[in-house]
Every structure is written in C-alpha cells, then in structure tokens.
Design a protein around this ligand. Sequence first.
Ligand SMILES: [Zn+2]
Length: 489
Amino acid sequence: MVDTHSLTDDQQLELLRLNSIMRRAVGHDGSKFKRELPNKESSCPCGSGQTFGKCCARLVDGKGPPISEQPYAPATREGLEVSRAALTQYRLWHRWHTQPFVQADPDAAAPMVRIDVDAMSDLVARLMGCYIKNGLSDFPLVLARLRDAIESKRWTQKLEYHRAFWMSFVEEKDDQALTILENLGDHREIDDPAILQLILELQSRSAGFAERVTLIQRIIVLSDSAAVKLRYSINLFLQYAAVGDDTEAISVLKSGIEKHRSHIPLDDVYGQHTLAKALSFLGSADNNPAFVEQSITILQELQSRPDWTPAGQAALLRDEAECFMELQNWDQADALIKRAHELDPIPYDQVLRAQSALGHRDYTLCLEVTKPEVWNEMPAANLFDLLEIRARCLVMSNRQDFMEETITALRAARPSEPSLKERADARIMEMLARLRGTEITRSSNKPRLFGRLLRPISEFLILEPSVFGFGVNVNAILSRMSDQKDRKE
Ligand SMILES: [Zn+2]
C-alpha cells in the first residue's frame, strides 16, 4: 500500500483518478476481467483464416507449456504454428487486459495501446518471416484479417507498413509498396521511425538529396534507440559524401558518434558493431588512425563473444581487415582475410585480396586476382570495386595493354543509383585523367572518402542479431531472408 499522506495533493488526485479508472475497467470485484477463449468455430485471431479450434486453440488453451518456451524454427510448420499462437495469445491479452481500460478511459489507456501495437507489430513481422520461409503466399490476407485486432491509427499504419514490406520484398513491386506508404498521408506527419525507414529504402532511387536528408534526420530524432540513431548518422554521412560535401559529411558523423556512443550498451552487439563501423568510416574520412584503432578494439572484443555463426565471425574479420588496410598494415589485413575466407568464403574476399595486393604494390598478383575470368562470378555490388582496383593497378604500374577493356567493363558495372553512378563516373574520369597524365585536382585530393561509398550501405549491417527486428534495419532483414530463400532453392 502507498502511504497517501506522503504524497502531494496532485499525486493524491492522480491516484484517486487511476483508482476510479481501474474500478470502472475491471469492475469492483474484477468481474469485467474475463479471460475467455474464443469460440472454437470462430475465425482464429492469428488471421490464418482457419477456425480457432483447428488453428491456435491447442497452443493457447493454457494446458501446454507457455508459447514463449516453445522451440521456434521459422522455416518449419511448427515454427509457423508457434508464431501464429503467439499472435493469438497477445491478441487475447489485449482483449482481456487493455480493452477494459480503453473503454473506461481512452486517454489514460493510450500508452498501453501503444505498447500492444508495437509488440503485436513485432509478432506480425515474425509471422511474415514464417510465411515467407514456408513458401506461403497469402500473407496480405492475414494482414487484412488482423485489421480490427487493435483500434488505433498506429495499428492501421503498422499493418500497411507490413503490407508494403511484403509487396516490396516478396512481390518485388517497389512502386506499389511506396504507394501504400504514401497513402498513409504526408510522411512529415508520420512519427513511426520504422515506417520512415521503409519509405527511405523505397525512395532511395527516386528521392532527391534534400528529401533524403530530411527523412534521415527525422528518423534520427524519432527513434528511441541510440544504435539506430548512430546507424542513420552513418547514412547521413554517406549522403553528404556522395554529393561531395566532405566537410558536412565528416561533421555529421563526428557529432553522431559523440552524441550516441555513450548510450549504446556494451552488451548490444548490433549497437557496438554499428559504432565500430562509424569509427572506421570516420577514421578513413578524416584521415585519423586513432578512430580506426578504436574500431579495431571494438571488433576484436565482439569476436571474443560466444555464439557467432561462421558467417558472422567472418564478417567481423573482414571489417577488421578493412581497418588494417586503412592503417596500411597489409600483412595483418591479409591474415584476417584468409581466416575470414576459411570460415565463410564469399566473392567479396576477392576484392579484399586485390586491394591488399595493390597495397603491397604486388601488381602481378593484383592483376591476377582481378583478371577477366573472375568478372562473371562477381556479384554486381562487388564488381565495380574489383574493376576499379584493377584499373588503379594498371595506372600505377603504367600498363596500357589491359586498360581499355577494364575501363569498358568498369563503365558497364557502375551502380544504378543516380548519386552513386555520378560518383562512379567521377572516379572513372579521374582514372582516365591520370592515365593521360593530366591532373584532376578536386576529386583526386579526396579519393578515400569516395572510395568507400560504392559498396551498398547494407553490407555493414548484415550482422544484426535480431533476425526480425523490423524497423531496425530493413536491409539486414532483406539479406537474411534472401539468404534463406537461396538456401531453400
Ligand atoms: Zn491461429
């Protein structure tokens, strides 16, 4: 019991108000808190379209172990059932515990509704993953059936967000996905950072620089996670760097790190990895080895933690290798690339090997690693980097013989995103100018900052530990899901 005498008048009034809401919500004897299960013949709250009796009843009747203790394997039938039941369970909790408060006092219940919306949205995301991994195509119908689960504008928006996500990733209709989100109204009035993040992803090809920057700034303000704020500070840095505003780029990244690093918990793997990437970007952009060294320390600490998959461990080793390249410690970088390749070989390793060979000024090896025979095996995202290293090697070693075919291939491999394409063009021009012995001053002064931009932003975030942490990082989820898709095929 609270000793009401120690409370201020305002606090006593608040307590009385809450008391009265409570009583109205649950009834004097708690009789309004009825924990009734749905009728077995009614449609299941998980949105599957089956009856409750045939769908989630078995898992939520309270007789078996709690759903949170059930094994969760998204690619299996059981995983799908557990995810459905978790949604049904939460929907019932909302009905039992939150709705009475909403009826008694909607304003006072608003924070509870918000918690329910966000939690159920995460469960919907997890369920979507199960639908994808089980090869089911009727998820949009599930979303339609969930429409009246919670009465709230935020819930309607969340469902539209998931529908847009499905449209973009599964049906590969980005335009339609964007239309869904645009129909939610002016995005300047949307305060859900997850939705803004998806809008940013979908708009990246069409939106202008100013629009992108505004959107990113709003995501940074609205998000309540320091790691997400920092990730979008990196994104902002990349946006400025891509248009050639190096000063502003460095300044936003620096202030992002200063503001957010102390708020990222040490046990937050995703956050610490984001911090390591931010520091290594800053070190390379600002020519400051101290930042790169801090990044290495964090990466090594992350590697010492248990439970990494070989792919996760290898990705950390590659990050570390890139840091050592930045410090021009090529031997150390070589060793790390080799270890990463042994754990989990990916085509990008070839790019790293080429980069290192060039660092060692071993032009013969560099040309061998980047020879035309490997071009076809290289994913589009890595080919430009590989060819660019080859072209630089040809320039540095004064070789004219392979130059033409390399430049032609380089042109063909430019990224399609307009600002990156522009940047790629500038680098090719720079290369040609050097080849002809003429100087281009502006861009050749700053090859480092540009040098890191052509790899997709997504690459530095594939380590995210929470597979379906929607709204944290769409790219990571996409790459995980496509990874899963590949394996299934
Ligand atoms: Zn169900």
